[in-house]
Design a protein around this ligand. Structure first.
Ligand code: FHN
Length: 474
């Protein structure tokens, strides 16, 4: 009787929707385009870059979050919507876009000194204004007092500085008459077809006109209209990769034919890397993310991407906070994309210049623990983060919290031993290593008071020392 009761209970659990039932695998035709993780040179380079600069720049930089004397605290690039500004009024901001202070060579120098290896710039944000002279619209840089191809100057300057350039492109478009949030009738369908055509033409134009571009960063793809066009986004990804071999595309671009975004209906990642981490990081102990490529994009104030005149309205992250986020990303095989919002006159605000400088000062002596580094396969400890160096026998400890005891716990997997530990800043001086039990150690630096995060390098010997994160990603 009791057995029968349990059998019935188990059976009933399986019939409750969503409870313990094996999920039915869907037949997905327009899901992942190419096998992941990609192992071609372009993707390896993307992965090794680790730290990038995001740039949100458009007409929204002119009002900077203030309209008719009123400050709107919501994201400055959304001012048109927050202040309910009619499209024609907003669009006429282009007649003020004269950029007397725009100096892309200086921008690139600031970025290089900060230590970024790639940049992603908005070519068109939700407002629809195009930062390049597009043959498909007049709502572009050509029709402003500035008049020149701002994007070409940008690409040239950053490329000359050795920084890979990517383009952000918003599919959501408040200017284009074909944009729809949803497709509910034939009129919507026809209208949205024109938006799709426009999107395709512009993207082909971008990758052709600027062949240096390494990747496309899609945004504004969360609405039902785009989600109902999974086949289109699949074919678009294919077309763009044919036009520009090696092109890297973020997961936001994609929906499958059932409307699943980022990951298809069977949980398979689409695009080339996951781009869902916006203004948030994965849990620092999460090892699932380490099996795929991903990127976190981050603002300096709480939620401002475009230039906002008043940063006092929210917490402004310190260089130390931002450095820690970047290190955390590296430790979990992710990239960190830090946003800047240049001003309407083309200048870069002083707060951002200072932050860039401070991060750069940290990067100079410590970047060995960032570039080309990744998940070390070790359990995170309270003092900070491990990053795996490209040299399989070296692991970095990036210390953010110094234990009162001055001793740093390190637990290695079986079969691995620490040969040597030293500060990245003084490789010739070995640190004391105390073995607590096999594979369990304390690293004891003499001087434990440091004002900034710093790096201890561990040299590890093991039979399987070739097992680096890159291997784990194959
Ligand atoms: O609405 C945009 C926002 O302005 C910004 O561009 C960010 C960057 O990831 N993306 C959207 C919000 O997800």
């Amino acid at each position: 009787m009791r057995n029968l009761f349990f059998c019935l209970l188990i059976l009933s659990l399986f019939t409750i929707p969503g409870f313990a039932q094996p999920k039915e695998k869907k037949d997905v035709k327009y899901g992942q385009l190419n096998e992941l993780p990609r192992q071609d040179e372009a993707m390896k380079k993307w992965r090794s870059n680790r730290f990038g600069q995001f740039i949100h720049w458009g007409l929204y930089a002119i009002p900077g979050g203030v309209w008719k004397g009123k400050t709107y605290n919501y994201a400055a690039e959304f001012l048109k919507s927050s202040a309910k500004i009619p499209t024609s009024t907003w669009d006429s901001l282009r007649f003020q876009f004269d950029l007397p202070k725009y100096n892309p060579v200086e921008w690139a120098a600031i970025a290089k000194n900060m230590g970024v290896k790639y940049v992603t710039i908005t070519t068109k944000h939700h407002e629809g204004f195009c930062m390049w002279p597009s043959q498909y619209t007049d709502f572009d840089i050509e029709n402003t007092p500035y008049g020149k191809d701002l994007l070409r100057e940008f690409v040239d300057a950053y490329t000359a500085a050795g920084i890979d350039v990517n383009f952000y492109y918003s599919v959501l478009d408040w200017h284009h008459t074909g944009w729809r949030y949803d497709i509910k009738n034939e009129e919507d369908r026809v209208a949205f077809e024109s938006l799709k055509e426009y999107t395709k033409n512009q993207l082909v134009e971008l990758v052709t006109r600027y062949p240096e571009v390494k990747g496309l960063w899609f945004d504004g793809t969360w609405d039902a209209s785009w989600k109902k066009n999974g086949q289109f986004s699949y074919e678009l990804e294919k077309l763009l990769k044919e036009k520009r071999p090696g092109l890297i595309v973020n997961s936001r671009m994609r929906a499958d034919e059932y409307g699943s975004r980022h990951f298809d209906s069977n949980g398979v990642l689409m695009g080339d890397y996951e781009s869902g981490y916006e203004r948030r990081l994965p849990d620092a102990w999460d090892t699932k993310v380490t099996t795929r490529d991903w990127e976190c994009c981050m603002t300096i104030p709480e939620n401002q991407w475009g230039y906002h005149k008043d940063w006092s309205i929210s917490h402004v992250k310190t260089p130390e906070e931002l450095i820690e986020m970047m290190v955390q990303c590296t430790s979990q095989n992710g990239n960190f994309l830090l946003n800047f919002g240049p001003m309407g006159n083309g200048d870069i605000r002083m707060e951002e210049r200072n932050i860039a400088k401070a991060i750069g000062q940290w990067m100079k002596p410590n970047s060995e623990a960032i570039y080309n580094c990744g998940y070390a396969g070790l359990k995170k400890q309270d003092w900070g983060y491990f990053t795996q160096s490209p040299d399989p026998s070296k692991v970095n400890m990036v210390v953010f919290s110094q234990p009162i005891s001055g001793k740093y716990r390190v637990t290695l997997p079986k079969g691995k031993t620490i040969k040597k530990a030293y500060l990245l800043s003084s490789p010739d001086k070995n640190l004391k290593i105390e073995e607590i039990s096999p594979n369990d150690y304390f690293i004891c630096p003499e001087k434990s008071i440091n004002k900034q995060a710093y790096v201890i390098v561990l040299e590890i010997s093991s039979e399987d020392s070739k097992k680096t994160f890159q291997k784990a990603l194959t």
